[in-house]
Design a protein around this ligand. Structure first.
Ligand code: ZN
Length: 504
């Protein structure tokens, strides 16, 4: 009889597949909680999710995983097997470097901090949250020390979202962006004078069912595969995947405002196209999802902004949108609509920011979180420091802390090093898109005809299918022939908004 002999590699793969199944099951519980779960399920669901993540974590950091990784050893990361091992080892090392007491303490502290942040924001009272942030910061500093770094503790935290990226690279990126964007924003605000409210066409009476139908038609044309996905409603839209065969998106509809569902749907679908495009052989392995937060965000922004806020796209789709909403848009010309979806105007709120000023919001957060981590800035000083930078970069002053330093949930969850991935996404979206158009100059004309398969195919071939096989810096280099570069993004902003606002 032939005996079944499992190699260490196969055993490791089995083990990682089981862990991936536990995470997917947990993800499904999360999806259900955000979409269909009745109120009464809250407490039970918290227990179920905690149990599944504990099981997955314990199995992953177990000596058994380390033993198998050692037994297999390292292999050339240019092979698929080698890349899988490299990624598994990286995640294993990050997970095991943190003492479990510290992990538990961070979980406990942030679990209390988030509801405190919710209250503080509701009441616009910084003092209700400050004490929590004071507890979170030393824990994150401690985590950075355990994780290790060469140059700066921030690198250790950033590495969790954008593997291999360093604070110094971000500083260079933001410097270039600041230099390029600030004059653009200034020119636009000076030029605008007392113009009418450009965004007005997006407000009105927009039937929810019509919005949903229109959004579905758009993302179907993008190439979203409904056999391997679905769309539901949730308060905070997201994309989630349980392997390449099941990648779901959620949307939020507002009957009085067209923008959230229209652009939110395209945004989440950008994330979904990435996940649906990953090589199915990578399912249940550490290569089976997008390689970093920044590269992921580049895809949501690419479909939302470079496609979904472009002239070619709307020359095709605006007549259809008018047909769907004859009352609200029948008398709004296509140029007025295009201007409405591309208003450039500094505002105190990040999530409402336009394509250009958005990055100044991120720059401000990046500088402040670095200063907090270095202890160069105290929690008490933070609200004033926030407002001062707001004034300096955007020329606006929040009317209170709810509209200022308390607007984002991230720090209450201990997410330091996360914000910059949004801007990395913006920068990469154009770097990748330019490359696609260089390879296929017909793409803009195809978009004008409502055809997206060449663009989608290029992205799938060059980015999506690789999943996490390459680290973000390797992928960017491989696809565009150079490292992360803000120049194409700045060129794009200047040409788009220069034309829109008649700047020379
Ligand atoms: Zn996103």
């Amino acid at each position: 009889m032939k005996e079944k002999h499992e190699t260490a590699y196969e055993k490791l793969k089995d083990r990682l597949a089981t862990i991936s199944d536990l995470s997917s099951a947990n993800g499904l519980l999360f999806w259900d909680r955000q979409t269909y779960m009745p109120e009464g399920g809250v407490a039970g669901r918290a227990e179920q999710m905690a149990t599944l993540s504990r099981l997955a974590h314990e199995m992953f950091v177990d000596d058994g995983t380390g033993g198998l990784l050692d037994a297999v050893g390292e292999q050339d990361p240019s092979s698929e097997e080698g890349a899988m091992l490299r990624r598994a080892r990286r995640e294993y090392e990050r997970a095991t470097k943190l003492p479990s007491d510290l992990v538990a303490e961070i979980t406990r502290t942030t679990a209390l901090a988030e509801p405190a942040w919710v209250r503080a924001r509701e009441e616009a009272d910084w003092s209700l949250f400050a004490g929590h942030l004071e507890k979170i910061l030393p824990l994150k500093r401690e985590a950075a020390e355990h994780l290790g770094y060469e140059d700066h503790p921030y690198d250790a935290l950033l590495d969790g979202y954008e593997p291999g990226t360093k604070k110094a690279q971000l500083e260079k990126m933001f410097e270039e962006l600041k230099e390029g964007i600030a004059p653009l924003v200034r020119a636009v605000s000076e030029w605008e004078g007392d113009e009418e409210d450009r965004a007005a066409p997006l407000y009105g009476d927009f039937d929810e069912a019509e919005q949903e139908e229109f959004g579905k038609a758009v993302i179907s044309a993008f190439g979203y595969d409904w056999e391997r996905g679905r769309q539901d409603r949730s308060v905070h839209p997201f994309c989630i995947n349980f392997g390449p065969g099941d990648v779901r998106v959620t949307t939020r509809f507002e009957e009085g405002w067209l923008a959230p569902a229209l652009f939110g749907t395209m945004h989440e679908t950008g994330h979904a196209l990435y996940e649906q495009g990953i090589n199915p052989d990578y399912a249940r392995t550490p290569l089976g999802s997008g390689t970093s937060m920044g590269v992921h965000e580049s895809q949501s922004r690419l479909w939302e902004n470079l496609v979904g806020r472009s002239r070619p796209f709307w020359s095709r789709y605006y007549p259809k949108l008018q047909e769907a909403f004859p009352e609200a848009l029948g008398r709004v010309g296509s140029e007025a609509f295009y201007r409405a979806i591309n208003v450039l105007e500094p505002s105190p709120i990040r999530v409402e920011a336009d394509e250009a000023t958005y990055n100044l919001h991120i720059l401000l957060r990046f500088e402040l979180e670095v200063a907090l981590l270095e202890d160069a800035l105290s929690v008490t000083e933070l609200p004033n420091a926030w407002n001062a930078k707001m004034e300096e970069y955007l020329g606006v002053t929040p009317k209170n802390d709810a509209e200022g330093v308390l607007q984002d949930v991230h720090w209450s969850n201990g997410l330091f090093g996360y914000f910059p991935t949004y801007t990395i996404g913006n920068v990469l979206s154009v770097q990748f898109f330019d490359e696609a158009v260089k390879a296929h100059p017909e793409i803009p004309d195809q978009i004008k005809e409502g055809r997206f398969s060449t663009l989608h195919g290029w992205l799938r071939e060059n980015i999506y299918r690789h999943g996490s096989r390459y680290y973000p810096d390797e992928l960017v280099e491989k696809v565009t022939g150079r490292p992360l570069d803000p120049a194409p993004y700045l060129r794009y902003l200047k040409s788009k908004f220069g034309e829109l606002y008649g700047l020379s």
